[in-house]
Design a protein around this ligand. Structure first.
Ligand code: V47
Length: 373
């Protein structure tokens, strides 16, 4: 695809940099967020996406597991976490977790995505036993577990260092970490939307330690609440700087804020335009992070499908039993079959590639899979 003129002439200098493979500046990022020329931004993001991944769109067959929604943090942005005394709060037993991990679809999953609330009494040993039990029962399944926020809480409760907590979890079977809890790094905004959570520097520091230990992780940005365009660009640049140091970040996932049932319920939901723009700007600014994920649960399968032509190269997975977004009013289904993901990809003119968490090819039959190394 070629494009010689832009509706917004400010995109011309960015076009030159993208074509020359030059890094975009902070001001370029703000310009990309401010322009109404979404097709111009999308054209540039698609150029980078196709340069990196051609026509391939990645997906995986995964299952989310949220062992507990009990959380001491009470973040204003969240509808999932509940006080221990709340009658509707739940905490699964280890047996329940091990059993539920295996139920659901017959399609063999290659990843368990495990995150939960900050529970005041569950111990680090309990979490290690959970991981060991999962590995014992499902040895082929990759355990992508615990956000940097959970690691910080485990460290605080056990009085161990972040490094020691990460080492113990790794030893028990944690294979990599998901990207949640990053929200937006701006201190001004964090004080309002999640004032009990670790700050941006600590999130980045724990990710750095995790990468030093040889673990890979994802990263996210929560947008569409009270942040400014400059806050978004600042967040992306701080992730890009970390990646320059560690190369440990695999995938970036922009997360649209869902206000329902949160104490920020007065905030309007994001629009399709903003969701698509966040994918595209991320692809352009994060020149050193390999993958940009359009998480269908958050942006709907329809928008995620279009995002494949605006910078995204990954649609996440089958998910199964998503709770965090559905508690906050998401109206998407709680799972997609593998066949439905294939259709979303092929109808967008892309070529589906089933991956494991680390983007190795997965070959499967009805009930089993093999990772091709
Ligand atoms: O950490 C919480 C966010 C995250 C709300 O790493 C909310 O592959 C919007 O991190 N509205 C969880 N967002 C989801 C997440 C994720 C999802 C898919 C893939 C990966 C990955 C990571 O959702 C939380 C928080 O940042 N969140 N509440 C809300 N009301």
């Amino acid at each position: 695809m070629t494009q010689t003129s832009f509706e917004d002439p400010k995109l011309r200098s960015i076009d030159e940099k993208v074509k020359a493979g030059e890094r975009l500046s902070f001001d370029d990022g703000v310009a990309l967020y401010r322009t109404a020329d979404i097709l111009g931004v999308g054209y540039l993001a698609n150029l980078v996406r196709e340069r990196l991944h051609g026509d391939t769109t990645y997906f995986n067959v995964n299952r989310h597991i949220n062992p507990t929604d009990v959380c001491v943090a009470s973040c204003r942005l969240c509808a999932f976490g509940k006080h221990m005394k709340n009658e509707s709060a739940y905490t699964m037993s280890l047996e329940e977790i091990w059993h539920r991990a295996g139920e659901g679809y017959t399609e063999a999953v290659s990843e368990f995505h495990i995150v939960g609330g900050l529970h005041p009494t569950l111990t680090l040993d309990w979490y290690c036993e959970m991981l060991r039990g999962l590995k014992e029962r499902y040895p082929q399944v990759h355990l992508k577990a615990f956000t940097m926020v959970e690691i910080s809480y485990f460290a605080q409760r056990t009085k161990l260092s972040h490094r020691e907590v990460l080492m113990r979890l790794k030893e028990a079977g944690m294979d990599s970490q998901p990207g949640g809890g990053a929200e937006i790094f701006s201190e001004r905004v964090r004080r309002i939307i999640c004032d009990h959570k670790i700050d941006g520097n600590e999130w980045l520091e724990i990710a750095r330690t995790s990468h030093e230990l040889g673990l890979k992780s994802n990263c996210t940005m929560l947008y569409g609440h009270i942040e400014s365009e400059a806050d978004r660009v600042d967040h992306l640049v701080r992730l890009r700087n970390l990646q320059d140091e560690t190369s440990g970040l695999v995938t970036f996932i922009p997360l649209a804020f869902h206000p329902d049932n949160t104490s920020l319920a007065h905030i309007d939901k994001t629009t399709g335009f903003d969701d698509i723009r966040n994918i595209a700007v991320a692809r352009l600014m994060l020149d050193n992070i390999p993958h940009i994920k359009a998480y269908w649960v958050m942006m709907t399968p329809k928008i995620a499908q279009i995002a494949q032509r605006f910078g995204a190269d990954d649609l996440d997975g089958t998910v199964v039993e998503e709770k965090i977004y559905h508690d906050a009013g998401a109206t998407t289904s709680q799972a997609l079959r593998r066949g439905e993901l294939l259709r979303l990809i092929t109808e967008a003119g892309r070529v589906p590639f089933e991956r494991d968490t680390l983007y190795r090819a997965v070959e499967r039959t009805e009930t089993a899979f093999t990772i091709l190394v």
